[in-house]
Write a protein that binds this ligand. Structure first.
Ligand SMILES: *Cc1c(COP(=O)(O)O)cnc(C)c1O
Length: 362
């Protein structure tokens, strides 16, 4: 049996450290907005050479708060990729703004910069890009469009902790980098968690208030805020794992290298480009008989996942917003993509076994 993911195994090397930090929190008896959160925020900001990190409840809230902090008129338009996890789009709606989708580049699976300008209107204020599967978007043309049209840039980095484009880290291009630390992410907590990095002091103080009932002084509320805080325990666990993020990403890259070098050319593999340092949150292949392939692997005890079976614009919850709009590239990806085991929990031997099975199918 090779599971797609095994979080118990993934976290096993950190258990002793987790227990030590857990004891520290228990000893201290301070559970919300305390020392552990301050430490983690400082470390995560430092990792990105960013001025501020604001720990929040999860990745969805990280995007919502970043958008809220911009204080835009209701119904302002936000450009989002059609190929993403639904959270990106839900965040725009939760922030009271209007998502406008742009299809991806079929080679990178990320938003196609050549299609962005035709989606820009008088009401467009934000480019919300997603560095999907652990690969940064094509940032040079995106930065050019941002400047030319005077737009804000928010980066959904939920799948891209440590990924770079021309040596620059995901999350450091725009006004905000929004991260999820959901347990399966490249930097994952032992529960829900998220964070936002930013450089502007003005945004930092807005976010500190937004996550805490609009307050930075107890019982004095300056704005309409939320309860979107990151708790001490998760912050402590994240601080343990952040030290190993480079190692964990290197492991995923080594496994991805095995796939890239050994899989049959029948499979469409993720693109590799020297400008991109990819961290393979997801290692996906594409195949016209994806469903039969997934069943074949399942019969051999190999777990795979489809990211994602239904694109956001075809979800029941969102369909009505995107009627009459076509996103054929997103459709094509969703119909043919399959994610293979490629986690910090997997060994090279396991991946070679997956490769054998795949090449046998081919
Ligand atoms: C996981 C994920 C999110 C949401 O993160 P949560 O912590 O689960 O709220 C947002 N965007 C993308 C691309 C994701 O993969």
């Amino acid at each position: 049996m090779i599971p797609y993911e095994n979080l118990k195994r993934l976290n096993a090397p950190f258990e002793a450290d987790f227990r030590a930090r857990f004891d520290e929190v228990i000893e201290k008896g301070h559970y919300i907005l305390g020392h552990q959160l301050e430490v983690f925020e400082k470390e995560f900001a430092g990792y990105h050479n960013a001025k501020n990190c604001i720990g929040v409840s999860n990745g969805l809230d990280a995007i919502v708060l970043a958008l809220r902090a911009l204080n835009l008129p209701a119904e302002s338009e936000v450009i989002v990729p059609s190929n993403t996890y639904i959270a990106t789009v839900l965040a725009v709606i939760a922030a009271g703004l209007k998502p406008v989708m742009v299809d991806p580049d079929i080679n990178t699976y990320n938003i196609d910069p050549d299609k962005i300008e035709q989606a820009i209107t008088r009401d467009t204020r934000v480019l919300l890009v997603v560095h999907l599967y652990g690969k940064c978007c094509d940032m040079d043309p995106i930065m050019h469009i941002k400047q030319k049209h005077n737009l804000y840039l928010v980066e959904d980095c939920a799948q891209a902790h440590g990924a770079t484009y021309k040596g620059k880290l995901a999350g450091t291009f725009g006004e905000f980098g929004a991260f999820s630390f959901y347990p399966t992410k490249n930097l994952g907590a032992l529960g829900d968690a998220g964070g936002i990095i930013c450089n502007e002091a003005m945004y930092n103080s807005a976010l500190l208030k937004l996550r805490n009932y609009g307050s930075d002084k107890k019982y004095y509320h300056d704005t309409i805020g939320y309860n979107n805080r990151l708790d001490e325990m998760q912050a402590a666990f994240l601080s343990v794992k952040l030290k190993y993020l480079g190692q964990m990403n290197a492991h995923r890259q080594k496994l991805a290298g095995l796939y890239l070098n050994n899989l049959s050319p029948q499979y469409i593999l993720p693109a590799k480009h020297p400008d991109h340092f990819d961290v393979y949150h997801i290692f996906n292949i594409r195949h016209p008989e994806r469903d039969r392939l997934q069943q074949y692997l399942a019969d051999k005890g190999i777990g795979t996942v489809i990211h994602y079976p239904v694109p956001p614009h075809r979800q029941k919850a969102l369909k009505s917003i995107f009627v009459g709009k076509d996103f054929p590239v997103a459709d094509e990806i969703h119909d043919t993509t399959l994610s293979l085991p490629c986690s910090f929990c997997h060994t090279e031997e396991e991946i070679l076994e997956v490769i054998d099975a795949l090449n046998h199918f081919a």
